[in-house]
Design a protein around this ligand. Sequence first.
Ligand code: DGP
Length: 113
Amino acid sequence: MPKTLFQKICDRELPASIVYEDEHCVAFKDIHPGAPVHLLLVPRKPIPKLSDCAPEDQTLLGHLLLLAPKLASQQGCGDAFRVALNNGVGAGQSVFHLHLHILGGRPLKWPPG
Ligand code: DGP
């Protein structure tokens, strides 16, 4: 399988503003930020989308969710941030490598468009 765009970023084959990485995931700034803070938190494992996750991914998904508030806090969002995950074209997913959006740094309205 060819590497996904985000795998290439995780492997530092493509440039990105990486703010965090560990053995399981990488977080970097979104190229088209929708808020002053807009990170993408990406597992190194190239799962296309949330609905492709299997029971074996439970620990990985928990790791990502537990990291999100820490990264938001590190970026200065305090306790006010949003975690969004688009699943499928109809929900706005454009990169088919699982990723959490972490948004903050401004008031966030609900519901999103
Ligand atoms: P989604 O639409 O949920 O699949 O989000 C994909 C996000 O990925 C979108 O907000 C823009 C971002 N993105 C796409 N290509 C690149 C890239 O090459 N670098 C970075 N940093 N972000 C990218």
